[in-house]
Design a protein around this ligand. Sequence first.
Ligand SMILES: Cc1cc2nc3c(=O)[nH]c(=O)nc-3n(C[C@H](O)[C@H](O)[C@H](O)COP(=O)(O)OP(=O)(O)OC[C@H]3O[C@@H](n4cnc5c(N)ncnc54)[C@H](O)[C@@H]3O)c2cc1C
Length: 510
Amino acid sequence: MTSAATADYIVVGGGLTGCLIASRLSQSPKTPVVILLEAGSDPSGNTAATGFLTGLSLLGSEFDYRYQSEPVANTANRVHHFNLGKALGGGSLLNYGGWLRADSADYDEWAEIVGDKRWSWEGFKPWFRKTEHFYALDADADEHGFDGPMYVTSVSAAESGERKYPLREPVRQGWSELGVLPNLEKRHVLTNTAVNKVTFTDGVANGVVLHDGRKIAARKEVIICAGAYGTPQILMRSGVGPSSILNEHGISIVHEAPSVGSNLHDHFAIYLAFRVRDPSLGYAMGNEAWQNPALFKGLPWDWVVSGPLPAELAKKHNIEADQQGRNLYEVITLYVPPGIPGIPIDGTHIATSTMLLLPTSRGKVSIRSSNVADPPRIEPNYFDTPLDRDTLIHATRQTLQLLLATGSMGPIIESESPPSGEGLDGLEPLTADSSDGAIEERIRRTGMQHHHSGGTAAMGKVVDVEGRVMGVKRLRCADASILPIPLGGHPQATLYPMAEQLASMIIGDM
Ligand SMILES: Cc1cc2nc3c(=O)[nH]c(=O)nc-3n(C[C@H](O)[C@H](O)[C@H](O)COP(=O)(O)OP(=O)(O)OC[C@H]3O[C@@H](n4cnc5c(N)ncnc54)[C@H](O)[C@@H]3O)c2cc1C
């Protein structure tokens, strides 16, 4: 490639959304020239990149940015560590494969905020269907697609029903004791190529400058898909961002966009480990009795439970009556402790993930300099609002009650096992009767993000309803950074269909 390379569309970031958009544009009838620029390398020769869940062994490797946050006052001044995919495939290389849409009310709120029904639940539906190749007994053809590129199955339908975890029924029964019932219901790819910034002439984006100074011109558009941390950095280095930050780093202002980098949201969560009374019964992965090959064919989990706040807490936080049914937290039972410090994977422990679905705390991302090689400054500000604190404490208590105090699970579980290791001295086991203060303290000392970051170039604030960066021309963002609000699912089940819809909008403008 020479410094005079030109494409119709430049897609910056070959992660989950960028790969999809680049491929849809290049398959479109006008066959535009599309260049996809990815800072990381092509991992396809690496066997850990191809198997299901084998990507977990790549955490901390060359395929992971391993960013660190600033110390967070609300979480005992801890520095949080961020796994973020740096490779063709982005986060999809490292992620756990969980496929969980948000509630319809969450999408409807998004549509209302930005004033466009295409981002509502009904607006999303065609794109959900286009994304999925869904397999489950009794799948609803209005809700699910059956010939899309993403192969998705429910745990109970997987492996012809063979992926049946031994604790499935006691956990379901435990939730039912707590009153929770199931729902019835032509292209170029350049890897190792980091984009420094977008170039403009009179506010019209016309190309990018790479980390080594080479330039690529775009005849039509530049589309940034560099993720919740990468996209705001590129915008700021390009002169689109808060003037205070641009001035501090000597960057010429192309467009003052104060919201770039703010509104950072993630699903703050706490993982808990629980020791089983009799490991020989094979309830947890790592035990000799855990033999059925079907159990290894996916993340070993069951019963994703989402819940609203109880009435008294909803009242305390002045949640309006029509919003009181919104699901604010999620609890998942995992039959393997997922990297909880000091907890062995030897069949002695199961675990839970208890997560805020609609956190109200917001953090921010900014640059440390105008140098593309410098990592960003991340201030996550987790657990900052009283609503987030009360919700996660309540959800953690629900989790403790399920595992330790229901007739179904109590006889199976011996106790909660606190994590151990550096900075974790003095943690006592939590019980179903632990005080709110003890639960809050544990959350502050061990809570973590769920790798679900978004919001840093939010629709309605930074980009319009078709992903176009407001205030400049021919520049879009089309990744997790544009999510205006947290959604109560896990992101990829939304990001693929979102990218499909955005790709169709770009193709419509060709
Ligand atoms: C460990 C882990 C587990 C997860 N588990 C799940 C799960 O089970 N279910 C779920 O739904 N979600 C999960 N996620 C989240 C999901 O993977 C992300 O939400 C998703 O990948 C975000 O997509 P994106 O396109 O916005 O960004 P990414 O997929 O992160 O892609 C951004 C890409 O841009 C590239 N880039 C950044 N800066 C530049 C630059 N300057 N120049 C060129 N390229 C650049 C990056 O290298 C990266 O490849 C998980 C994530 C992680 C890290």
